[in-house]
Ligand binder design. Structure first.
Ligand SMILES: Nc1ccn([C@@H]2O[C@H](COP(=O)(O)OP(=O)(O)OP(=O)(O)O)[C@@H](O)[C@H]2O)c(=O)n1
Ligand SMILES: C[C@](O)(CO)[C@H](O)COP(=O)(O)O
Length: 234
C-alpha cells in the first residue's frame, strides 16, 4: 500500500492595510491602538498561528511601511511590506506580486477579530473549490432602492450574506481574474467579484459576526468590547 501523503499547497496571507481611513476621520486604522496593541498586530497574530499559512505579506501606504515592518517582524512567517495603491483592488494586486504561495488568503488589516477557525475554514474550502470567502447571514431585511430612495426590491433574506475576509483563491485563478478586470478597467470592493466576473464559482463559508471591519469610530469601541469578552472566555 502506498502510504505517501501529499504536501499541502503553500498559502500567502496578504494583509491589505493601505487604506486612507476616510470614514474614521483620516486615521490609519491598522495602526490605531486597540486594548494596548495596534490593530494590525491582532491580524498578524491570527495568521501567524494558522498552520495552513506559509508566509504573510503586508500592504501599507508608503509612509507606513517602516511602522508595519516593525510590528510585522515580531511574527513568524512575516515576509515583508509592500506599498499599496489608491484602491483596495490595487493594494491586493501589489500584495499578489510579492506572494510566493500557491494560494492567496486576502484579509483586511482592519479586521482584527478574525479567528483561527474562520481562517482555516476559508483556506480549506479554497483548496477544494479554488475560491472561497468567509461570510455571515444578513440579519436585517435588505431593500434595493431607486436613485430617489424608493424601494424597488426586497431580496429574499435567506439568500443574503455579508461577505467578510479572509477571501482565499488559487493564485493562477486570481491572476486570470485580475488580467480580465484590468482589461476593462473594473475596480471592485471585494476580491470575490474579480473571480465572479470571469464566471468563476466562489464558495462562501461560515464567517463570524465578531469579525467586524473597523470602519467608523464606534467600531473601535465594539472591537474593544469583543476583545475583552474573548479574553474573559479564554
Ligand atoms: N487603497 C486601499 C484601500 C483600502 N485598503 C484596505 O482595505 C481594507 C478595507 O478597506 P476600508 O475599511 O474601506 O478601509 P479604508 O479604505 O481605509 O477606509 P475608507 O473607505 O473609510 O477610507 C482596509 O484594511 C484598508 O486598509 C487598502 O489596502 N488599500
Ligand atoms: C472586502 C470587504 O471587507 C468585504 O466586506 C469589503 O468589501 C471592503 O470594502 P470597503 O469598501 O473597502 O470597506
Amino acid at each position: 500500500m502506498n502510504m505517501s501523503t501529499q504536501a499541502e499547497p503553500s498559502v500567502t496571507a496578504v494583509i491589505v492595510a493601505a487604506g486612507n481611513g476616510r470614514r474614521m476621520g483620516g486615521a490609519a486604522k491598522p495602526f490605531l491602538p486597540l486594548c494596548g496593541r495596534p490593530v494590525l498586530a491582532y491580524v498578524l497574530d491570527a495568521f501567524a498561528h494558522c498552520p495552513l499559512v506559509t508566509e504573510i505579506v503586508v500592504v501599507t501606504r508608503p509612509n507606513e511601511m517602516a511602522e508595519a515592518g516593525k510590528i510585522g517582524r515580531a511574527y513568524k512567517k512575516f515576509a515583508g511590506v509592500v506599498p499599496g495603491g489608491s484602491t483596495r483592488q490595487l493594494s491586493v494586486r501589489a500584495g499578489l506580486e510579492r506572494a510566493s504561495g500557491d494560494y492567496l488568503a486576502i484579509h483586511d488589516g482592519a479586521r482584527p477579530l478574525v479567528s483561527l477557525a474562520c481562517i482555516e475554514r476559508a483556506i480549506r474550502a479554497a483548496f477544494v473549490c479554488g475560491a472561497a470567502a468567509a461570510a455571515v447571514k444578513v440579519k436585517d431585511t435588505i431593500k434595493v432602492t431607486d436613485d430617489w430612495g424608493y424601494v424597488m426590491q426586497t431580496p429574499e433574506r435567506a439568500r443574503l450574506w455579508a461577505v467578510q475576509t479572509p477571501q482565499v483563491f488559487k493564485k493562477a485563478l486570481l491572476l486570470r481574474a485580475f488580467a480580465a478586470a484590468e482589461a476593462v478597467d473594473a475596480d471592485y470592493t471585494d476580491d470575490c467579484q474579480l473571480v465572479e466576473a470571469i464566471g468563476g464559482r466562489v464558495r462562501l463559508v461560515e464567517g463570524d459576526y465578531a469579525n467586524l471591519k473597523i470602519t467608523t469610530p464606534e467600531d473601535m469601541d465594539a472591537a474593544a468590547a469583543l476583545l475583552r469578552k474573548k479574553g474573559t472566555q479564554a
